[in-house]
Write a protein that binds this ligand. Sequence first.
Ligand code: G1P
Length: 270
Amino acid sequence: MKALIPAAGLGTRFLPATKAQPKEMLLVVDRPAIQYVVEEGLASAADEVVIVNSREKKAIEDHFAPNPELVALLRERGKDAYADAVEAVGSYPVSYVYQEEALGLGHAVRCAAEKTAGEPFYVLLGDVLVPDNGMLPAMQAVSDAHGGASVIAVMPVPDDEVSRFGVIAGAPISDDVWKVDALVEKPALEDAPSNLAVFGRYLLSPRVMELLADVQPGVGGEIQLTDALDAVLAEEEMYALIVDPADGFDTGTVESWLETNNILFQRKNG
Ligand code: G1P
């Protein structure tokens, strides 16, 4: 089973910091943001992480490539903890596919179709960090309880934020699980069917990957993953796990990235 991480975006909100450095490589406490996301994928059932990259962002690939010369140098100098860290990150099973044009999240996911080989797959959005790695196993458990159905993480958001997210319609079947009836990408508040926003972690059935091939551009002229999820509901069940906002950290804006650094630094050193 693969975990897909779309990473071909331009990082516009972080310019000029992201002019020459990918947004995904910005430091969060002691490692680049994307390293948390890769480690989360590998801590779950994923045997490989597939990064959907752009050709311009080679620094991401350099980060996950082995560097035996650096490891040897660090060991020679007695810096074994650093050598271990460098060695570990260079040994993760990470592969790459390329999104040649920024046509939307759904398009990015579709670029990895051959990698998923007709199996269920995770999608992990890189703006959100889940440092305790607990969310994907919880989603997998919901899927297992419902015959392998797709499961998405959702989070309650205030009214003024609803139109920034994909939003679900459905009904609760337990304290923290909803059965999903429909999804809408970035609805106006008056059209939003709930205040439960898609949070950036998805466990998806292979049928979603197939349907993505036919999704037409939607909100913002982009091919939306949310539209494929809505389409699959005509054929398959889907569940939403309501996650605690405190379990995930947004790094999508300079402000939230700084705040995440502060919180995670306190946690590490507190
Ligand atoms: C994407 C998805 C949206 C989801 C959001 C979570 O939007 O399209 O459904 O709620 O991520 O962060 P984006 O933030 O890329 O506009």
